[in-house]
Ligand binder design. Structure first.
Ligand code: GH3
Ligand code: MG
Ligand code: MG
Length: 422
């Protein structure tokens, strides 16, 4: 705001001429650069002669404005900022104390001075006690007393304004610091999360890696043991992958592994954990799954893979891209985590030996055979639409694999039981 003398006023414009630092109130004295005229004074009195006398006495040293009533003073306060209000107590209408009390909420930083002849007035004393009034001056006042009071009041106002500015600066810096800390904490958390994911992921397929699988598998075995729950494991190995790599090149082999990973993820349940065991081998952990359920799921996965239109699958033996799967369960096929893996691995080896594109369970029982047969029957239903021999021949040749003397045992079983049912 600009005063009638053209100066900038108000607490925001308090003339702090040196950078904010720890300064005592004494340093704010005139000798140290405080210009009292930068801090407007509003003098209120119902007697015009008093106002004139005040202006005459102090207009050179201070910026003085006048009001001849409480209402006029409030109006002036609305129009511009003042540092000091000095009011006569005894005025018609609104008393000085009433006026000063009205300014407390709207202009909390204003320095309030009362001029009174009634030093024992109760409301005046209570107002002073409540800290709302900075000083009271008794009538008749002397110019010296007013002058020194105004100077000290302005110094106090400037110091308060300066302190408020420091506090605001500190608050802002604190908020900025807090924001920075929050930002960096978030960035750190995100970086840690990325690192954690990297540490447990397989770089090529994005599946969990071998290390994570080993950890989880051990934990799952512990849980299964503690809660006496079934737990199964599938190990898959891509059939003739070397042939695919040799023919199509390693990069295309990589593409195939990624697609295989996606297919596996889509084929199993939410709760199952798919990981890349290494090379072209994958594992699926099946919590709460009996081995019969696991065998059925493995058969489903095998079938989905065999049916999936992988790019360039035609260059593979049999014209399809297939997997062999070994299944083992805890505690049926091994008493600890390592033993079950070995059992699944052996079953996988048997699946390979037995002709590939097939599921083998560790030490299969008759019930397992039946479950697998039913599952295969469902999935290969399109192969046994007809119930006569011709149809079966057609179905058999459609699934024929040159390297495995034609058909895997599940399919033959499935076809037979389909026949039996008829
Ligand atoms: P089998 O049916 O007996 O499993 O035969 P296979 O050819 O799949 O098995 P083999 O162990 O002979 O070959 C596996 C191939 O997998 C050899 C290796 O180069 C390839 N391989 C392993 N890891 C990767 C990989 O990350 N990317 C690619 N493109 N190939 C890989
Ligand atoms: Mg292999
Ligand atoms: Mg292989």
């Amino acid at each position: 705001m600009t005063t009638s003398t053209g100066r900038t006023t108000g607490e925001h414009a308090a003339p702090v001429r040196t950078p904010p630092s720890v300064r005592s109130s004494l340093e704010f004295s005139n000798e140290n650069g405080l210009d009292y005229r930068d801090y407007p004074v509003l003098v209120v009195d119902d007697e015009v002669e008093n106002l004139q006398a005040f202006v005459l006495n102090f207009r050179n040293e201070f910026t003085v404005e006048t009001a001849d009533s409480g209402d006029a003073a409030l109006e002036k306060l609305r129009e511009r900022d003042f540092a000091i209000i000095i009011s006569d107590q005894r005025m018609p209408g609104m008393s000085g104390v009433e006026l000063l009390e009205k300014t407390v909420d709207v202009h909390p930083h204003l320095i309030r001075i009362i001029v009174t002849g009634y030093t024992d007035n109760e409301s005046l004393i209570s107002a002073i006690n409540q800290g709302r009034i900075y000083r009271y001056i008794t009538k008749p006042w002397s110019p010296d007393e007013i002058q020194i009071t105004l100077k000290r009041a302005i110094e106090r106002f400037a110091l308060d304004a300066h302190n408020r500015q420091l506090v605001a600066d500190l608050r802002r810096e604190k908020a900025e610091l807090k924001r920075m800390v929050q930002e960096q904490t978030l960035a750190l958390r995100q970086a840690n999360e990325r690192l954690r994911k990297l540490a447990i992921s397989d770089g090529l397929t994005g599946l969990y890696n071998h290390r994570y699988f080993q950890d989880r598998w051990r934990r799952e075995v512990q849980l299964a043991r503690r809660y006496d729950e079934p737990l199964s494991l599938m190990i898959l190995d891509v059939d003739f992958f070397k042939n695919y790599n040799d023919t199509m090149g390693h990069p295309q082999g990589d593409v195939l592994l990624k697609e295989m990973a996606m297919l596996l993820l889509r084929s199993v349940r939410e709760v199952d954990l798919v990981a890349r065991y290494g090379g072209e081998e994958f594992v699926v952990v099946l919590p709460k799954s009996q081995r019969t359920d696991a065998i059925v799921l493995a058969e489903r996965v095998r079938s989905l893979v065999a049916q999936h239109a992988f790019p360039h699958r035609d260059i593979q033996p049999g014209g399809r891209l297939t997997v062999s799967i070994g299944v083992a369960s805890f505690p049926h096929d091994g008493g600890d985590a390592g033993q079950v893996i070995v059992a699944a691995d052996k079953a996988l080896y048997r699946a390979k030996k037995g002709g590939r594109d097939r599921v083998e369970a560790a030490s299969r029982s008759a019930a397992d055979e039946e479950a697998m047969a039913l599952s295969a029957q469902e999935q290969d239903l399109d192969l046994v639409i007809e119930d006569d021999g011709t149809a079966r021949e057609a179905a058999l040749s459609a699934t024929d694999l040159p390297q495995a003397s034609g058909i895997d045992s599940f399919r033959i079983h499935a076809l037979k039981s389909a026949d039996d049912d008829d």
